[in-house]
Write a protein that binds this ligand. Structure first.
Ligand code: F6P
Length: 544
């Protein structure tokens, strides 16, 4: 397995880092009026400005050399062709097949997967239309007004983020989401609901996840208590790859929507895992969402590396995480509807690339796995932006915004619109981060000399601005695919398997082992004094 740090571009980038210490974004922009035009790229409807980064044309050239040296194109082609690039699980990685048009062909493991994908999409559409039109009735003959998706991780974050983002397009039943085994999650979502008009979608790729099966069992008890055992068939459907377990749980496999082991959980929002979203917005809008993803898949597959948005953005992430030593990336949607985007992207990037060994098991000796975090603007400006502007850390940021609002409102004096102010804030923040304000400029404002140092804005703080005309099913699908492929590019460069997640298993096993200790009578012997003491404390407080 090749070690990327031994490639010439990696070593050149490492040396190039010190050359960049002599320049800053102010100087780079002042010296180069064509910078913004050159350092920008479009993908589908997205215009992406990456000119406010600590890079020069040399940096971009070296990063592209790195992509070539790591074999980004051949790995991409192998993924898109259905090769088993998830080597530790010996699986193909074909979430892109979920958004292929009906007419496409994609042989994986010897069979064309596209017909199966569309058979499931058709079944989902048939079911969603029945629920939406009122043809699907609950056990008492009433129509469904609320669909609750019970799932966790990729079986929750994708549909929950998308349902919230596309609320403007929702004209079907209310979509709600329950994930946590904390009983507060289910009870809060069930509160005020009429069991006779509630449908549960139990979403789990494996159908073995304890949180999901426990919540589904509790939801089933809630329903049966109100409507009786016979009501289950009309109020529970499943989304899974595991028909046997679905049947064991008591859901008729006829009411199961399948997907395949070549769809990773965090890449599954375009699969049947999106059923709750389809019920809310309808099959036609869901098809637009998938088509948006496909647009960026095509861009990723065909655009030359120097004009390939996911490649460029993925490389920038490598530049900051592995070369410049940035610890995190802030994701700042200037869109309240995208409030769950940072959480969704956290699973996407951190479960995919949070690895410290390469595909052959050898340890990496550089940082991998970007840490994403963030909140919508402008809220974040009144919370953590102080640290972004004047703190000691290097935190590249992604600003994500839309030129138009779906429902705009006038400003206080009626001369402008709230979306206009929102956008002005987004632009201002990126501008201030990049260009700051010097001591001379602060002093020239007549600032008390004692305060000048406090008011200096250092600038030279990097950001990408991702801009689309409006938040639509299509532009949202495009945005998701943009990030999915960035994560892929980074995984190839770091030489890791982005599609397994062994690191989450041990905690699950130990939780199962520890659960009885919380109610046992014998003095706890969990293997360490910290856990023993915590168990004793919990027992004492639970007895009170
Ligand atoms: O624990 C991690 C994980 O396996 C994720 O990768 C996955 O998205 C989530 O759990 C839920 O898994 P499932 O869909 O099988 O219930």
């Amino acid at each position: 397995m090749s070690d990327v740090t031994r490639t010439a571009p990696w070593q050149q980038l490492d040396r190039h880092r010190s050359e960049l210490e002599a320049v800053d974004l102010r100087g780079l922009f002042a010296a180069d009026p064509g910078r913004a035009q050159r350092l920008s790229v479009t993908a589908g409807d997205w215009y992406i400005d990456y000119s406010k980064h600590r890079i020069t044309d040399t940096t971009v050239g070296l990063l592209l050399d790195l992509a070539r040296a790591a074999g980004v194109e051949s790995h991409r082609d192998a993924m898109l062709a259905g090769e088993h690039i998830n080597t530790t699980e010996d699986r193909a990685v074909l979430h892109t097949a979920l958004r292929l048009p009906r007419s496409a062909t994609l042989p994986a493991d010897g069979a064309n997967v596209v017909p199966e994908v569309h058979t499931v999409l058709d079944a989902m559409a048939g079911f969603a239309e029945k629920v939406r039109s009122g043809t699907w009735r609950g056990a008492t003959g009433q129509t469904i007004t609320t669909v609750i998706n019970i799932g966790i991780g990729g079986s929750d974050l994708g549909p929950a983020m998308v349902a919230r983002a596309l609320r403007h397009y929702a004209d079907g039943p209310d979509a709600r989401f329950v994930a946590n085994i904390d009983p507060a999650d289910l009870t809060a979502q069930l509160s005020g609901l009429d069991p006779a008009r509630t449908l549960f979608v139990v979403a789990s790729k494996t159908f073995t996840t304890i949180e999901t099966l426990t919540n589904a069992t509790a939801a089933r008890r809630w329903l049966v208590a109100a409507l009786g055992e016979d009501a289950v068939a009309a109020h529970f459907v499943a989304v899974s790859t595991n028909a046997t377990k679905v049947a064991e749980f008591g859901i008729d496999p006829a009411n199961m929507f399948g997907f395949w082991d070549w769809v990773g959980g965090r890449y599954s929002v375009g699969s049947a895992i999106g059923l709750s979203v389809m019920c809310a917005i309808g099959p036609a809008r869901f098809a637009e969402f998938l088509a948006g993803m496909h647009t960026v898949d095509e861009h990723f597959a065909t655009a030359p590396l120097e004009a390939n948005a996911p490649v460029l953005l993925g490389l920038l992430g490598v530049w900051y995480a592995s070369v410049l030593g940035a610890q995190t990336r802030a994701v700042l949607p200037y869109s309240q509807d995208l409030a769950r985007l940072p959480a969704y992207l956290q699973q996407l990037t951190m479960e995919s690339n949070g690895k410290s060994v390469r595909r052959d098991g050898s340890p990496v000796d550089h940082d991998t796995g970007e840490i994403f975090w963030g909140e919508p603007g402008t809220n974040g400006q009144h919370a953590f932006f102080q640290l972004l502007h004047q703190g000691t850390r290097l935190i590249p940021a992604d600003f994500v915004g839309f030129a138009t609002a779906l429902e705009d409102l006038p400003t206080r004096d009626g001369t402008g619109s709230m979306q206009q102010v929102l956008l002005a804030n987004m632009l201002a923040q990126a501008k201030v981060l990049a260009f700051g304000k010097t001591a001379a400029e602060v002093a020239a404002d007549g600032t008390d000399p004692a305060l000048v140092a406090h008011k200096v804005m250092p600038g030279n703080r990097p950001s990408t601005t991702l801009l689309a005309p409006a938040l639509t099913p299509s532009t949202l699908g495009q945005l998701i695919a943009l990030y999915e492929h960035q994560v892929f590019v980074q995984g190839v460069i770091w030489g890791i398997d982005s599609f397994d997640q062994w690191g989450v298993e041990l905690g699950k096993t130990q939780a199962l082992q520890l659960a009885p200790a919380l109610t046992d009578e014998a003095d706890p012997d969990t293997g360490d004094s910290s856990t023993d003491t915590l168990v004793r404390t919990i027992r004492r407080w639970r007895r009170k």
